[in-house]
Design a protein around this ligand. Sequence first.
Ligand code: M6R
Length: 608
Amino acid sequence: MCGVFGIIYAQDTNELGNTLIKGSRKLVYRGYDSAGFAAFQDKGSTLLRKGPGMLEEIIRKENISEFTGSRGIVQLRWATFGEPNLENSQPHYDSDKDIIGAHNGNIVNTEQLIEEFTQEGMTVRGTNDGEMVVHAYEKFYNQLHDPKQAMMKAQTILQGDYAFICGNVNQHQLLAVKMGSSLYMGVGDTFIVCSSDLGSILQFTRNIVFLKDGDLVLYNDSEYHIFDIHTGKEIQRPVEECTINIEEANLVGFDHYMMKEIHEQPKKVQELHDLLENTQSNMDDCIDLINQADHVYLVASGTSYHAAVVGAYYLNHLAGIHAVPVLAGYFNEYYNVSPTAKDVIFCVSQSGETKDVINVINPILHNTSAKIISMVNVIGSSITQKSEIVINVAAGLETSVPATKSYMNQLFAFLYLATYAGSKKKLDKAQEIHNQLSQIPNLLQETIDQVKEEAKEIADLLVQRGSDLYCLGYGIQYGTALEGALKIKEVYYKHCEGMYSSEFKHGPLSIVDEGYPILFPASPADDHMVISHINEIRVRKGNVIVISPQYHGYMKAASRIVAVPDSDHYFIPLTTVIVLQLIAYYASIQAGLNPDFPRNISKTLTVD
Ligand code: M6R
């Protein structure tokens, strides 16, 4: 959801272009509708090159590696205000081109501001909200001639959440603000840098300042000052050594990151298992909180919500903890309750930056003392900063926009949590499963090896038919069905609806004609219902492809069964989702698409 990166050195350097390129490559996951690069040079000149399209194409076309200067700003955009074209690409100049700035986030009163600024005689070139932040700063800078005062005033007319970096041609410094969107600062020996993405900084320095909402930073190559944007008072924030391990994105022989990340799942689950075994006191704290809670809400969006659906099943069935999965965007409206000190808001998010989730947390931090736990893949992210307890799913860098290995590790973390909590209550099934968790990495590897070819065949079949489809799930497999459907939509661009299988007869069944495709991840333990639901479709000539361990009941009822290795009922969501991930991947390739960067979306959604 847009990424911004701004770095400053003591003097002009030929390395600026390459540094900006390195920074930008770490931001691609946040948006790829357009990219732009700006440089400020000592003699008072600027360079600004940008445009719609993929990053590498712009780097090449615009010769970014030749950029020189002492300061530079990069922006990668995921379009919200204004279509992705040249004018709307960021960074933006102000009216007389002596200020350049870029943002990450979303200014909701953009329409009014365009009108206001135009009437005031400013040159508004596009319809992008990031440009409004530049003009708001310009407006007050021209009155006050002081960067800090100008930005303090500017924020009073900007509505929304954003992070912003800008520079004035004639001042050897950059200004950055964090107002609800992610922003980190890195302090190197010869430079200081601010960026929306922690990993983009860690490749240059491990000395990090974790900025907070409302921070206004003025920085040059050797010093920085942080102010409260509302009062102007200077704030001290420590420089911390960040020990997070950053992995380099590397295809290592795979054609796409999505496929590479699907294949990494057994290893990442193994690593997570080891990590959880070594950090049990964190799990103990988490279990204490949820055991004492009146309500446990599992709050998440997208794929993470699907993990929460399966996670709620695990917690309910294996630990007797009544956890409720809630779509983050739905929580405040639907529940309309003020969680109390005895409630737990358990946030699940790969990025730890999702705005829908932050919208649930922020009012809680201000108004109630409900406990916040988070399960994330990015330690140090905004959600972790707001949480009492953090569970690291440790899936490593996930480059592909579709979540695969992070989902798998979320499922595993929930399974570990539920079986550990149940074991502490001496529940037999929980103890039995907990003792088998170390077998899961092998089970996943076996699954990949066993189902790959068949997943490809199913994908061919779907592409040949070319229609929309359904992905149904019952009981433990509801989350899997939602996740499979999302993966297929996301990378194959065909509508695939995920649905609880008992709902199918309440209307959607009318869509079924001869050969209509239905994917049906299932567990043999649920056969009493699943067989009825399959039959209802089969008698109408639908093509029901069941994904399950080999089971005669399903073999008889279904059109076809894609068999995953036999396993305990509780492990089946982990194995069957691999088949759906692979089907989605192969369908995307067959359709000539790039599964790593599906059109119109972004990996980190920091807007409403
Ligand atoms: O970073 P989060 O897990 O909070 O992101 C939530 C969704 O945007 C995300 O899971 C999205 O649905 C996936 N990238 C889809 O593969």
